[in-house]
Design a binder for this molecule. Structure first.
Ligand code: GAR
Length: 198
């Protein structure tokens, strides 16, 4: 069976990428295959994780490429690798409407909160967990969704709730949301979408 060719876009540590690669190695992603990892930062540890798993990598560093050129270069690279599905995993640049149009319905993102709460421009990484704690909500979580022109506004594919604890710090909460929700739901959602595309 021909598998959906997946490219994962990362900016940092790449723990979600790792969860995806582990799920693939365990046979839990059978309808898709990660063929490329793209980073927008030379120092992204995600690149190391990809190399360790024998996955091809490409870097278009933010410091070298202005945004428009970077997007064009990433798009050309994705096409050259025959990418059919783009998976954003801690990719910290909002994609332009033109980019999204090129892969309409074929870009997934994971957000570290229960959208539509705590989403939108400026809500990424640790900032999300800081906002959650500042607002005093008792339940947060993670959301996998399709990417559209609207930042964090696309159709929701999967969500999982995570309890906020009384003495949480943003860092502790981030770790719990990753462990209990993100690393669990993202591989499953990717498999589901790949199955639907085939
Ligand atoms: C994850 O928590 C992910 O949900 C979040 O950044 C972290 C990346 O960690 N993404 C966003 O905030 C996107 N708006 P990772 O590099 O270890 O996967």
């Amino acid at each position: 069976m021909k598998k959906v060719r997946i490219a994962v876009l990362c900016s940092g540590g790449g723990t979600n990428l790792q969860a995806i690669l582990d799920a693939q190695a365990a046979g839990k992603i059978s309808h898709g295959e990660v063929v490329l990892v793209v980073a927008d930062s030379l120092g992204a540890f995600a690149l190391e994780r990809a190399k360790r798993c024998g996955v091809e990598t490409a870097v278009f560093d933010k410091k070298q490429f202005p945004r428009t050129e970077r997007e064009a270069a990433i798009l050309a690279c994705l096409k050259a690798h025959g990418t059919e599905l783009i998976v954003l995993a801690g990719f910290m640049t909002v994609l332009s409407a033109d980019f999204v149009k090129e892969y309409e319905g074929r870009i997934l993102n994971i957000h570290p909160a229960l959208l539509p709460s705590f989403g939108g421009v400026g809500m990424y990484g640790l900032h999300v967990h800081e906002a959650v704690l500042a607002r005093g909500v008792k339940v947060t979580g993670a959301t996998v969704h399709f990417v559209t022109e609207e930042c964090d506004g696309g159709p929701i594919i999967a969500q999982k709730a995570v309890r906020v604890h009384a003495h949480d710090t943003p860092e502790k909460l981030q770790q719990r949301v990753m462990r209990e929700a993100e690393w669990v739901i993202y591989p499953k959602a990717i498999e589901k979408v790949c199955k639907g595309l085939k």
